[in-house]
Write a protein of this length. Structure first.
Length: 339
């Protein structure tokens, strides 16, 4: 397989670099391929390679060679190379915003070059300290701690935004819905907890000696993350047409229309606490029709987000709801049988 890949790459390079079309004999001399066996077998190999490259999108052209009965082969650069990247002013602005949020400071020249080529520049004004701290992925350190049975400490940002230092005996690591979780005993709460790795803002750092603890024999790490089965309720949502697919993939079925023309979709089983974050993630593209408790919770969550962006204290309703639902969050999973 490696030999075939090398042959295809070298054939592509030879046809690209040649100033004119090349015959099969030219390719034999240039690439040292297609020389073994009979003339018929080497030609068949070349034809297979040519067809394979064409299937991959390489535009090999067959042309008549002057003063020869042989066919020639070539790749025109303008057909092979990708076109220059042309961004609109809005796309450059979005890229600049994304780069700025990472805290990178060595990209102004590259962004300026892109902006200069944009046909419709769009100025953007960002505060000087606008950025998002990006921490290295802690999964390697967590995995080492699990294998070594070493207690770790780390700074953790909970779902409600609270930041605290946690000390944990790591029992296992599991992936759920594209997120990685550390499952272990939280020393502060003396209970089983699950922590999303992407919410660790500092650490984890090992403390103590390896082999300091033994995980429970009957521990189900996956169950600790997903939590106990929670009863679902029927939920009705009014959904913007462009977001309809996001509800339908979860089993939503149309049961009506709003006066504004939005489809009304009903989900037969949605947990109002566990799945509230999903509803919030749909933003202005969804309105909760019922039940009333979920409607109030989503409203409180949106008000909390708005208050956080304004720098205001969290609304009282959101604070109360946060306390009420703390036990249901996956970052506070408890083993079966504990309160």
């Amino acid at each position: 397989m490696a030999e075939k890949v090398e042959r295809l790459v070298n054939l592509t390079i030879a046809l690209l670099e040649s100033p004119g079309a090349m015959s099969l004999e030219d390719l034999r001399r240039r690439t040292r391929y297609y020389t073994e066996g009979s003339a018929d077998s080497s030609r068949r190999m070349f034809e297979r390679d040519k067809d394979e490259l064409r299937r991959l999108g390489v535009p090999i052209e067959t042309v008549a060679l002057p003063y020869s009965d042989e066919l020639g082969y070539t790749i025109r650069r303008r057909s092979y190379e990708l076109p220059d990247v042309e961004l609109t002013g809005e796309e450059v602005a979005a890229l600049a915003l994304a780069v700025r949020l990472t805290g990178a400071h060595d990209t102004p020249l590259a962004l300026a070059k892109l902006a200069a080529r944009a046909p419709d520049p769009v100025p953007i004004d960002l505060p000087g300290d606008t950025r998002v701290e990006v921490s290295p992925d802690p999964i390697d350190a967590v995995a080492d701690a699990v294998v070594g049975r070493t207690t770790v400490t780390f700074t953790y940002r909970a779902a409600d935004g609270t930041v605290a230092t946690r000390t944990v005996d790591p029992y296992g690591v599991v992936q759920r819905r594209a997120a990685w979780y550390l499952v272990g005993r939280d020393h502060t709460r003396d209970a089983l907890r699950a922590f999303r790795l992407d919410r660790m803002t500092d650490g984890p750092v090992p403390v103590g000696d390896p082999g300091a603890f033994d995980p429970p024999d009957d521990l189900d790490v996956a169950a600790a993350v997903s939590g106990p089965a929670l009863p679902g309720v029927e939920v009705t949502l009014a959904v913007a047409p462009e977001a309809r697919w996001a509800v339908e993939v979860r089993g939503g079925r149309e049961t009506g229309r709003t006066h504004g023309g939005w489809p009304v979709l009903t989900l037969e089983e949605l947990h109002p606490v566990r799945d509230r974050a999903w509803v919030l993630g749909l933003g202005p593209s969804v309105e909760v029709v019922g039940p009333e408790q979920l409607r109030a919770d989503v409203r409180a969550g949106l008000e909390a987000v708005l208050a956080a962006h304004r720098g205001d204290p969290a609304p009282r309703a959101a604070q109360t709801d946060t306390a009420r639902t703390d036990a249901a969050r996956t970052d506070t999973a408890q083993p079966e049988g504990r309160p």
